[in-house]
Write a protein that binds this ligand. Structure first.
Ligand code: NDP
Length: 444
């Protein structure tokens, strides 16, 4: 049995009931196989893959808090510190009832490669709790966040582990947790990212993920002798990633003709009106049915359907598993050039395979949505310097980072005989740097 197969079998045996974690490890190990096989004896002796797939540390803890009725509630908190070979652990905290060990380990494992791809010194981690902030009062959310941090603060720090937000953890939760960390340690330091601008947050963090998706797409087009300007783009979603992807694509001269929410989707043949979309989603927090009031010539449809519109670039920016095999077939039939993921895992495995086999450039979210974590790392730099950079400065660095991600991924794919396979390229490029650092640091 090859070393990769041996470790895959062990991961499945040693981590029972963790299907999401098995899936993530299988995808990565399968794609880095050519690199491992180049020097299998050495990596086996050094137990590189065993060390890569066992987290350095995992903390699981009780989070007791009192609800508004005076009832004590108990949730489970988790922080997985997966790999610190290239920098302090970095990755979001997710507060959602679905959170469990398998999901946090899957996300923490993926984060190792995404963070490495940014070229910035950040290791991989992830955390969260099975707590649902929806429907809770501000006081209840504060009580939960303070209790969560009362345990977590022992394990994190500006040079050790720097959590950020994720699903269910926005500016409010980050603020409460930052306040509690400061109170417990007496230190005012950049221990969390995604902070408010008044206490150490970074300009351009809001825009970073969406802008990053488009910066990378523009580079992809240019590298294949095409221009993004003048192209038609379909975007799904109308949240943070979607809005800023649409904004940047239009700024660069493309026409974005769709967006969606969990109820339905909009087709605007003249190009989405970003100001109207921001007003509906960021200010009114309303449904997309409102869009027609601003743009009478647009169409609103219930359900899903974004991918049936003809486009050159498809950017799924809503949620996981939203591009299925029949969508992939439609995109190919319509002559789509590239699908660049904004969301995490929006494309199903068979859809990905179909797109790749039918000549559509496919860029996985691990590479294309890394702009968010990249600007979080820039927030850490600003906190360490005790300075705040201008919007233009952060944006320019973001652009350089996304261009580099594209070329590193493209180059790695070519070097391992997988030209144009950006899933393999992203994993190989992300892993190479971590591997070199692990080998240099000895057995640890
Ligand atoms: P938001 O919550 O701001 O927006 C999500 C959008 O997707 C909303 O418009 C939502 O509609 C829509 N949506 C949710 N479920 C469905 C569905 N089943 N069908 C159609 N539309 C749906 O999230 P973000 O924009 O921040 O994140 C989007 C994705 O990008 C997620 O996968 C996230 O993990 C990923 N990501 C985000 C980063 C960031 O910096 N924000 C960084 C890296 C990845 P509705 O309004 O109806 O709920």
């Amino acid at each position: 049995m090859s070393y990769v197969d041996d470790v895959l079998a062990k991961v499945i045996e040693n981590n029972p009931s963790e299907p999401e974690f098995h899936q993530a490890v299988t995808e990565v190990l399968e794609t880095i196989r050519p690199l491992i096989e180049e020097n299998e004896e050495l990596y086996k002796k050094e137990a590189i893959l065993e060390r890569l797939t066992v987290p350095e540390r995992m903390i699981k803890f009780r989070v007791p808090w009192v609800d508004d009725k005076g009832q004590v509630q108990v949730n489970t908190g988790i922080r997985v510190q997966f790999n610190s070979a290239i920098g302090p652990y970095k990755g979001g905290l997710r507060f959602h009832p679905s959170v469990n060990q398998s999901i946090i380990k899957f996300l923490g494992f993926e984060q190792i490669f995404k963070n490495s791809l940014t070229g910035l010194p950040i290791g991989g981690g992830k955390g969260g709790a099975d707590f649902d902030p929806k429907g809770k009062s501000d006081r209840e959310v504060m009580a939960f966040c303070q209790s969560f941090m009362t345990e977590l603060y022992k394990h994190i720090g500006a040079d050790r582990d720097v959590p950020a937000g994720d699903i269910g953890v926005g500016a409010r939760e980050i603020g409460y947790m930052f306040g509690q960390y400061k109170r417990l340690t007496g230190n005012y330091e950049g221990v969390l990212t995604g902070k408010g601008l008044s206490y150490g947050g970074s300009l351009a963090r809001t825009e970073a993920t969406g802008y990053g998706v488009i910066y990378l797409s523009a580079e992809l087009f240019q590298s294949h002798g095409m221009e993004l300007a003048g192209k038609t783009v379909c975007v799904s979603g109308s949240g943070n990633v979607a809005i800023y992807a649409i904004e940047k694509a239009q700024e660069l001269g493309a026409k974005v003709v769709t967006c969606s929410d969990s109820n339905g989707w909009v087709y605007d043949p003249e190009g989405i009106d970003v100001a109207a979309l921001k007003e509906i989603k960021e200010v009114q927090r309303a449904r997309l049915t409102e869009y027609k009031k601003y743009r009478p010539n647009s169409e609103y449809h219930e359900g899903r359907g974004v991918w049936q519109i003809k486009c050159d670039l498809a950017c799924p920016c809503a949620t996981q598993n939203e591009v299925f095999i029949e969508d992939a077939k439609q995109l190919v039939a319509n002559g789509c050039t590239a699908l660049v993921e904004g969301a995490n895992m929006p494309t199903t495995l068979d859809a990905t395979k179909y797109l790749q086999e039918n000549g559509v450039f496919f860029v996985p979210g691990k590479a294309s949505n890394a702009g968010g974590v990249a600007v979080s790392a820039l927030e850490m730099s600003q906190n360490s310097e005790r300075l705040s950079w201008t919007f233009e400065d952060v944006d320019e660095r973001l652009q350089t980072i996304m261009v580099n991600i594209y070329h590193n991924m493209d180059d790695a794919a070519k070097r391992y005989g997988k030209e144009g396979d950006y899933v393999a390229g992203a994993n190989l490029a992300g892993f190479e740097k971590v591997l070199n650092a692990m080998l240099a640091q000895g057995v640890c």
